[in-house]
Design a protein around this ligand. Sequence first.
Ligand code: NAP
Length: 260
Amino acid sequence: MPTVLITGANRGLGFGFASLYLREGWEVIAPVRDPANATDLQALAKAHPGKLSIETCDLANFATIDALGAKLKGKPIDLLLGNAAKTNNPASTIGDTNYEAWMEAFKINTMAQMKLAETFVENVAASAQKKMFFLSSRIGSKPPAGMILFRSSKSALNQVVMQLSLLLKPRGIAVACAHPGFVKTKSTADMGVFTVDESAAHLKKIIDNLTVETGGQFFEPDGSTLPIVTRQMNPAAFGAKAPDAWDAQKKVWDKEGTKI
Ligand SMILES: NC(=O)c1ccc[n+]([C@@H]2O[C@H](COP(=O)([O-])OP(=O)(O)OC[C@H]3O[C@@H](n4cnc5c(N)ncnc54)[C@H](OP(=O)(O)O)[C@@H]3O)[C@@H](O)[C@H]2O)c1
């Protein structure tokens, strides 16, 4: 039976993922901030005896991630699903930026996702499926003005995902991220287009098909992709004057199979 670790499974999209993976026979590990008040998750655990374990973890407190890592040491985790995020960021206008809230957004939405990957990499490497998947947002990749705190934390997450994918590919671990669509959850005041079940089903299909070859991408719910980084690597365009260095780097990328 494969195992998935899902952050933020007490409500919203994370709860949709937990319900879906349980229905499909997976074992689910659900670290949440406040297990005692995760009543929907507790009911789900009762409906699936022995299949759902509710753990404690606050992504803003890295010691709790370390503690969970120690508790799960040696347990194979087929899929690390980084879903939880600080979605309730204050609106920022020029002259009114809340830097404390911005640091918290970066800590939870970007750095904690890296911390999760670092903490559970051996668990994922020891599994059959070997996947990591993170919930991003298309506003991390699109221009309309506003929501700079949340937007920039997700743009940075996309870079983390790209780097994880390159660094973990030699270990056979596939890493990617996705925009879940506009989903009816607390973060959208239930104004989304997709239900959590619909969005989770779209993304599960993408995760099912994910391989180390298709990793490093930022998916939309329909399976198409949004750009994370430029693929334009012509050294002349950015003033590089070292064709030898370019050739050497290109050989490395060719050997790795990295497409440029
Ligand atoms: N809904 C959308 O339309 C939409 C669009 C684009 C991207 N996304 C992304 O999809 C993911 C899920 O979104 P959602 O709409 O389900 O969000 P949500 O309704 O705001 O739920 C967020 C989840 O993250 C958890 N969380 C927040 N801070 C945490 C922390 N410090 N430690 C541990 N858990 C924490 C929350 O737990 P608590 O109950 O303890 O707060 C909750 O379970 C997020 O990454 C979001 O950015 C959603």
